[in-house]
Ligand binder design. Structure first.
Ligand SMILES: NC(=O)c1ccc[n+]([C@@H]2O[C@H](COP(=O)([O-])OP(=O)(O)OC[C@H]3O[C@@H](n4cnc5c(N)ncnc54)[C@H](OP(=O)(O)O)[C@@H]3O)[C@@H](O)[C@H]2O)c1
Length: 360
């Protein structure tokens, strides 16, 4: 396989190293902002015009120019794989349709779950048996912070500083701590698992930016661990989705996910719950997932998304759930739909809420 690589940073650098250890995955050219030498180029035209390249692997991040390069690559009849959740959550349906028109691959295994082969497994599951729920702990940064707030009794600011020092959190951590990164990922799982094209901003999302040690203790006092979780279901014709902190029920393995690990799962009436656990980020875990996509293409798997995707907005007013709510006025437990809880508390300064998981 002759590959044009876009981006030579954390993930792209890992792809170069791992492909270099194989006999047949050849990086022909790699687009970089660094000094152009050897296979490195600063000009996408060098990749677009190289007739030997059959597959383009993108690990630059951002929508533009990744989107334009994706379209150009697919238009030219090249397979396209990416680790870029921002790109796929915004443009995945369109890029997959173009790939189908051209008879080439569009795969994005590393865009949700980092090193965990979750989307690949989910797509095979969807082709094999009915699925009605997807979800998990999909953001390693926030899990690392919550884990250390609990296990080392750190404050939010101390946990964030530690995550930044270790390179788990960016200087501007807002997309992680506000849950936006998780929302982009659950949207990919909804698309692959249920065939719905949902905008991340339509998923009710509440992060951990207002969490305090008091909230962690409140979870612990009920024998539960506080985690930032994504959940989506498609049952009886109704699509629901949400990203919010959860007091995980004692029997739920998500409660035991430590440090910066992730757990991604799917569920169906026949298969039951299948959970995958591993590194949700990092150079080699994420590069491993991109290498898997390349191997999948060689094995003849060209798509993760179903052939038709239906645009949808998750219902926010279905099932009532039990919530822990803390505001200036104190702590309370209330029963509410996800829509109600957001309307009442999501914009109250300093307020925090978490779902208290009950047996389904
Ligand atoms: N890191 C992870 O653990 C991880 C996990 C899962 C998914 N991902 C996804 O993988 C993608 C890459 O992440 P990363 O962590 O590898 O980011 P990164 O370290 O910042 O690497 C991105 C690379 O792309 C280069 N780049 C950006 N725009 C470019 C352009 N227009 N032309 C040429 N090169 C360009 C950057 O150059 P400069 O350095 O000069 O800016 C950088 O070297 C993102 O979509 C991210 O969400 C990352």
């Amino acid at each position: 396989m002759n590959i044009g690589l876009l981006g030579t940073g954390t993930v792209g650098g890992g792809v170069i190293q791992m492909a270099g250890q194989t006999a047949d995955l050849r990086i022909v050219k790699a687009l970089t902002l660094d000094k152009p030498e050897g296979i490195l180029t600063n000009d996408f035209a060098d990749i677009a015009s190289d007739g030997s390249i059959d597959t383009v692997a993108e690990a630059m991040g951002g929508i533009s120019p990744a989107y334009e390069y994706a379209r150009a690559s697919l238009e030219a009849g090249r397979n396209f794989i990416t680790s870029n959740k921002l790109l796929v959550s915004a443009k995945g349906a369109e890029l997959d349709a173009l790939a189908r028109k051209k008879g080439v691959a569009f795969l994005f295994g590393a865009a949700c779950g980092g090193g965990i082969p979750y989307l690949e497994s989910l797509s095979v599951a969807r082709e094999s048996y009915p699925l009605d729920r997807v979800g998990g702990i999909l953001n390693g940064t926030t899990n690392f912070m919550l884990f250390n707030m609990e296990s080392r009794a750190l404050s939010y600011d101390q946990a964030l500083a530690m995550a930044q020092e270790l390179g788990y959190a960016e200087r501007d951590p807002s997309s992680d701590v506000l849950g936006l990164d998780t929302a982009r990922k659950i949207v990919l799982a909804i698309a692959v698992g249920f065939g719905f094209d949902v905008r991340p901003q339509d998923v009710p999302t509440f992060g951990i930016s207002t969490v305090t040690p008091e909230d962690i203790k409140a979870a612990r006092s009920t024998g539960r661990a506080l985690k930032l979780c994504a959940r989506a279901s498609f049952r009886e014709g109704v699509l629901e989705a949400r990203v919010n902190p959860v007091f995980c029920a004692p029997q739920n393995p998500e409660g035991a996910v430590s440090r910066n690990f992730n757990m991604a799962w799917f569920d169906g009436p026949q298969c039951g719950r299948i959970a995958l656990y591993g590194q949700g980020a990092g150079r080699f875990p994420t590069a491993s997932n991109m290498i898997r996509d390349l191997r999948s293409i060689q094995a003849g798997k060209l798509h993760m998304l179903p052939e038709t995707l239906k645009q949808a907005q998750p219902d926010q007013n279905g099932r009532s759930r039990l919530w822990y709510v803390r505001t200036d006025a104190g702590k309370q437990e209330i029963r509410a739909t996800v829509g109600e809880i957001h309307r009442r508390f999501a914009t109250v300064p300093g307020a925090f809420f978490a779902e208290i998981e009950e047996e389904e």
